[in-house]
Ligand binder design. Structure first.
Ligand code: ADE
Ligand code: ZN
Length: 333
């Protein structure tokens, strides 16, 4: 059987950003909530963004429909079904615990709901997964430490921590203690950097936080010395092309630096970030890149191979997925 979509890992995905407008309305109805934008048309009309903050405002507001474990589980299953249909074979999924606790939702409700869906992901969708707790960089480090401690105390099935939300003005240096504590707990460490923030946030995420991967990292291209370092160290950069267009980090897809990043020898891969908000999942990102840049099968295989090798999957799973990718490549001619 020929596989249409390249088998890949998705390493940069916010589960709350997979909530499609239709599911938002269905969960609101199930929970007896009245939304500020109560019809599909009114809600969809809000999906025009001028920058990261304009998106975050809607993203946090829409989370109001997530109240029960079943809500979190249904959202997660919908993502797994859609992503696996688009070729995603392994996903490392962020969630924003502080955003839920701040709304009065128990940490255990969010964790258990998501974890229940992930526990049957291999059986249901053939997809392996990891869960990553992302901390809101526009909140205090104290708040993040409290939530990290609560996650550790409840033995939440998290593989790592991340750093997201409003980047500019909230540098990595604010979260050194958080990352030290997570490292001591044996967790993997990732961080958003260089999406809207300057290249120095990328080097600081590496040097001050010990980040093993950088989410986005596109503004690294403004600093040739940093580009040389990222290439030499093969630091994984989880790039999200359609997200960058929709949040105006780049003017158009044609202006996106992914091709230059590849040419510079950077370890880049393709991800959807918040697919319900930015126009599509990993396969849609690949299709848009192929239409814009005419990537050949070798380039697509390089991007997918980078995603698999940069994942936190164990060596056997990586080898199996690289085997699938090799098979896909032989089918492309
Ligand atoms: N939270 C969800 N999506 C995000 C993004 N693209 N950047 C920062 N924080 C986010
Ligand atoms: Zn992100």
């Amino acid at each position: 059987m020929t596989q249409r979509h390249v088998p890949a890992a998705e390493l940069h995905l916010h589960i709350e950003g997979t909530l499609e407008p239709e599911l938002i309305l269905a969960l609101a109805a199930r929970n007896g909530l009245t939304l500020p934008f109560p019809t599909l048309g009114e809600l969809q009309a809000q999906y025009e963004f001028t920058d990261l903050q304009s998106f975050l405002n809607l993203y946090y507001a829409n989370m109001a429909v997530l109240l029960t474990e079943a809500d979190f589980a249904d959202m997660t299953r919908a993502y797994l079904a859609r992503a696996s249909a688009g070729g995603v074979r392994h996903a490392e999924i962020m969630f924003d615990p502080q955003a839920h606790v701040a709304r009065g939702v128990a940490l255990s409700t969010a964790v258990n709901g998501i974890a229940t869906a992930l526990a049957s992901s291999e059986a249901d969708f053939g997809m392996s997964t990891k869960l990553i707790a992302a901390f809101l960089r526009d909140e205090s480090e104290e708040s993040a430490l409290e939530i990290l401690d609560a996650l550790l105390a409840m033995d939440a099935p998290i593989a790592g921590i991340g750093l997201d939300s409003a980047e500019v003005g909230n540098p990595p240096s604010k979260f050194v203690r958080l990352y030290d504590r997570a490292r001591a707990a044996g967790l993997h460490l990732i961080a958003h950097a260089g999406e809207e923030g300057p290249p120095s946030y990328v080097s600081d995420a590496l040097d001050l936080l010990g980040a093993q991967r950088i989410d986005h990292g596109i503004r690294s291209m403004e600093d040739p010395e940093l580009v040389r370092r990222l290439a030499a160290e093969q630091v994984p950069l989880t790039v999200c092309p359609l997200s960058n267009v929709r949040l105006r980090a780049v003017d158009t897809l044609a202006d996106h630096p992914l091709a230059q990043m590849l040419a510079a020898g950077l370890n880049v891969c393709v991800n959807s970030d918040d697919p319900a908000y930015f126009g599509g999942h990993v396969d849609v990102n690949f299709a848009a890149l192929n239409a814009e840049f005419g990537f050949d099968a070798d380039t697509v295989a390089t991007l997918a191979g980078n995603s698999i090798r940069s994942s936190f999957a164990d060596a056997d799973r990586k080898a199996a997925l690289l085997g699938e990718l090799h098979h896909w490549r032989t089918q492309q001619g």
